[in-house]
Design a protein around this ligand. Sequence first.
Ligand SMILES: C[S@@+](CC[C@H](N)C(=O)[O-])C[C@H]1O[C@@H](n2cnc3c(N)ncnc32)[C@H](O)[C@@H]1O
Length: 229
Amino acid sequence: MGFNLQKVVPWGRSFDEYCAMFGLSEQDLQQAIVGVADGPAAFNAVLTETGGNIISADPVYAFSRGQIQQRIDDLFDDMVLQVEANANDLRLHKFGSAQALGEVRMQAMQCFLRDFEQGKQQGRYINAELPDLPFKEDQFDLALCSHLLFLYSDQLSLDFHIKAILELCRIAEEVRIFPLLNLSHDKSGHLEQVIQVLTQSGFRPTIEKVEYEFQIGGNEMLRIQSSKN
Ligand SMILES: C[S@@+](CC[C@H](N)C(=O)[O-])C[C@H]1O[C@@H](n2cnc3c(N)ncnc32)[C@H](O)[C@@H]1O
């Protein structure tokens, strides 16, 4: 069964949010990066503009710019209302209001949309889906995955998480995943077992605090390094 656009909630984050979520240094930004599940985030567009080396992989890239734009427009008002309804569990103060946050997200998504067709032609936006990615072993220095793994723990099984994260470890020397909370703002029930499997498989997983916090308590990322490093 193909990937269904109706399942996607387009809500792309900005370049600055990516840097904060993953604690990215200037040196990190010069590495070969893969962003898995980047969707309509602005990270690829902005990093490319500043000379970075990045590929994004997401099944939503099977669709055209027009189709993705339509999905964003269809859901945008609803998304802002949902943020408003959940305001007590979110740190909105940095943005000001749900509406102001919506504007930041919309700017990021417009930045992605402007870059999308050209980026697709240049092979920077690849239609691909975890847990199997069309990349070579250690093709990248760094793999980033924001707002898919752990967040959708009720929808995506432990088995899926383990396969997906081992796949990220196959294609990159280091992996960073954010957030570690699920949609109910609780620590993902998969986290402990994922860490156990990674350790048994010879990786070094560590939980690290980052500067970014939107879900209250959601200020940690999982960093996974190969024990060779
Ligand atoms: C909530 S969005 C996050 C977008 C972006 N990472 C950000 O933080 O702004 C989740 C993304 O995961 C993508 N996705 C869903 N299933 C996936 C899978 N199996 N493999 C890779 N990406 C997937 C969706 O298409 C969507 O773009």
